[in-house]
Ligand binder design. Structure first.
Ligand code: SF4
Length: 204
């Protein structure tokens, strides 16, 4: 029986985490400790939302209009079996799978334990996020050390013509008690983040 997926958060429809409209999921837990990690609250392996492969697969495939899913973290390859099964189901349903990993591709290929997810990945962005090397030219990519790998033909047309620019999405949510919160996703550079924060602080 497959283990449950330890899920930190999800955004069902986003254009800020890869090509097209995508379902993005962030897993809980990462063994790496990149200086300036962009998601430090996702590092510990504490139990977060425990969800079965079947129910998450149903949730994603029923999301209208998406062309694929993106796995981020945390470290997706710390849950290779469950996420590999999820990815296989998504691809059977015609959706694409993009994965961000702090592990370099050579490391992933050298260890059979990673194969269940690696063999189901269309597009891999590898290498740890490095805060001091922000990437402001390749859309969706956090730092310049990270490499794009087309592991299948699914997005090979983007080789040599990867989109440029930065995409950031802001979401406002009102909870049941009436409180309003704001969240941001994408890979904004420091100046864009500072601009957003200054704008939000500005009084009307
Ligand atoms: S691989 Fe990603 S989640 Fe893990 S420490 Fe590095 S930046 Fe953080």
């Amino acid at each position: 029986m497959l283990p449950a997926i330890n899920l930190a958060s999800t955004i069902p429809r986003t254009e800020a985490e890869g090509p097209g409209l995508r379902y993005a999921l962030w897993v809980q837990g990462c063994p790496l400790r990149c200086p300036g990690c962009c998601n430090p609250h996702y590092l510990t392996g504490r139990p977060a939302r425990q969800v079965s492969v079947e129910s998450l697969l149903a949730e994603i495939t029923q999301t209208p209009g998406i062309e694929g899913a993106t796995f981020l973290g945390g470290e997706p390859f710390s849950q290779p079996e469950a996420l590999g099964a999820l990815a296989a189901g998504l691809r059977r349903a015609g959706l694409s799978v993009m994965v961000f990993s702090g592990h370099p591709l050579a490391h992933l290929r050298a260890r059979p334990a990673f194969a269940p997810l690696l063999t189901q990945t269309d597009l891999l962005i590898d290498g740890p996020y490095q805060k001091d090397q922000p990437d402001t030219s390749r859309r969706w990519i956090g730092s310049t050390n990270q490499q794009i790998h087309f592991l299948t033909d699914r997005y090979r047309e983007l080789a040599g013509r990867w989109p440029s620019g930065e995409t950031v999405e802001l979401r406002l949510r009102r909870s049941a008690d009436g409180a309003v919160s704001i969240s941001m996703n994408g890979s904004p550079s420091d100046d864009i983040s500072a601009l957003i924060r200054a704008t939000l602080r500005r009084k009307p």
